[in-house]
Design a binder for this molecule. Sequence first.
Ligand code: HEM
Length: 182
Amino acid sequence: MYGVVHNSLLDHLKDNHASHDWEDVMSELYDYPQEGFLLFESYDDSTLLSMIGKAIEVGQFKPADFLIGFGEYWVLETAPKHFGAFLSLTGNDIHVFMSNLNTVHDRASALFPGYSPPSFRISGNIEEGDLQVFYSSKREGFESFVIGLLQGVCKRFNLTGSVKANGVLESGESVFDVSLTK
Ligand code: HEM
């Protein structure tokens, strides 16, 4: 993944789990670049996965909770900080926003050549309580991160939403139910 994701993880740890010196903790990993990550440089996924593993081990976090927190942080802090204009053009409500997400990831390929973004489609309507989000990726194990991303998207649109994983289709798409809690 591109360094913007690794940097986001470090920012999330520093902002929300300040009990440790995370630069110090991460520098113990053999593939952690001592000079830091460049936002627009691609690094092996295994580097990000070992950083997540290290954070969970040292911070004694529950893995799913940690990934949910990181997903929210990406949407609410990192994306507005680095890609504010992109984000504002993506849509003014959750349905338009989620429907445009593949185009956003496609457009972002100009900044991140050769990257492997996920893809999303939706069905239903959050106001009627049946919004479903279908997620596909060549990666495995990011479902809790996606729950956090979708919670972040709800917050972005001032919705008090609840997001639940609801299995995997034969097509390989993971399904998430998004509903309003009040
Ligand atoms: C303007 C906003 C956004 C930009 C520029 C962006 C860009 C990126 C980039 C660079 C990656 C790393 C992929 C790689 O290096 O191969 C990524 C991954 C990802 N993005 Fe986005 N993203 C944005 C918003 C979102 C939002 C709002 C969501 C979901 C609601 C989302 C879902 C994901 C997921 C799940 C991944 C993990 C990779 C995977 O599942 O395969 N992104 N995105």
